[in-house]
Design a protein around this ligand. Structure first.
Ligand code: NDP
Length: 249
């Protein structure tokens, strides 16, 4: 970030745990004000904000369900009221409800699509007009290697994460001449609570498919996000950065 830039303001959905916490930490430590979103785990959000605040970083926390458009509008308004702008949006919040297609209910399908895909639409829509007015914006959508390759037991999750690719490219085309970039980061298997829920036998099979031979770390995803949201990354839009240990080669 150059010295002539204003202090950038970022919203990171699901920004207090797992990959989101690593993104919040990396951006906050680079001098960005980060508004970290959470849905139910207020304690984790307060703890992270307190820790980073003690290190001289600027972090606020905001409760809201990204699957509810009114919550998304309210959270964005809270950030605009206190900081006057939103330069960066990282659509990171996500869930899994894993079942084979035969067992998956209509509600299982909609629950995952509502948060993982519609959530990115609601949040992006809520920040878009002021990004256009500012002629500046960086939107990064956290997809998944599962959106690129599919996975047994995850038709809902894979569809939501594939959907983010089309969403990203279409919004990137709509905003490319307005100073706004829209990109995806597609993580492979990263050591977080989401992956800790995978049974041991399944984990052995996953590790055998990762050429690098290990799970990724949350800070390795944050590094890619930080690169894409930099002021100097204005010529990268509609792209996907895969951070997956070579899994889709
Ligand atoms: P975690 O389960 O560790 O954290 C999920 C975060 O999303 C939490 O902060 C949670 O908030 C938030 N969240 C969940 N539902 C909602 C909601 N309805 N509204 C707002 N926030 C919500 O997940 P990870 O860190 O592992 O994953 C983060 C992203 O990365 C997800 O989009 C996931 O699909 C993606 N990803 C993860 C991979 C992995 O290996 N871990 C691999 C590929 C992609 P709260 O703290 O309040 O519960």
């Amino acid at each position: 970030m150059t010295n002539t830039s204003p202090q950038r303001v970022a919203i990171v959905t699901g920004g207090a745990r797992g990959i989101g916490a690593a993104i919040t930490t990396a951006l906050a430590k680079s001098g960005v004000h980060v508004a970290a979103g959470y849905s139910s785990n207020a304690a984790a959000a307060e703890e992270l904000a307190g820790k980073l605040g003690a290190e001289g970083c600027s972090v606020s926390v905001h409760q809201g369900n990204v699957g509810v458009p009114e919550d998304c509008e309210r959270v964005v308004q809270e950030v605009l009221d206190s900081h006057g702008r939103v330069d960066v949006l990282v659509n990171n919040a996500g869930i899994t409800v894993d079942k084979t297609m035969r067992r998956m209910s209509v509600e299982d399908w909609h629950a995952v699509l509502r948060i993982n895909l519609s959530g990115a639409f609601y949040m992006s829509k809520s920040v878009l007009e002021q990004m256009i007015a500012n002629k500046y914006g960086r939107i990064v959508n956290i997809s998944s290697v599962v959106g690129q390759m599919g996975n047994i037991g995850q038709v809902n999750y894979a569809a939501s994460k594939s959907g983010l690719f089309g969403f990203t490219q279409s919004l990137a085309r709509e905003t490319a001449n307005k100073g706004i970039t829209v990109n995806c980061v597609a993580p492979g298997y990263i050591e977080t609570e989401m992956v800790a829920a995978v049974p041991e036998a399944a984990m052995e099979k996953i590790l055998a498919r990762i050429p690098v031979g290990r799970l990724g770390q949350a800070h390795e995803i944050a590094r890619a996000v930080q690169f894409l949201v930099d002021d100097d990354a204005g010529f990268i839009t509609g792209s996907v950065i895969s951070v997956n240990g070579g899994m889709d080669m």
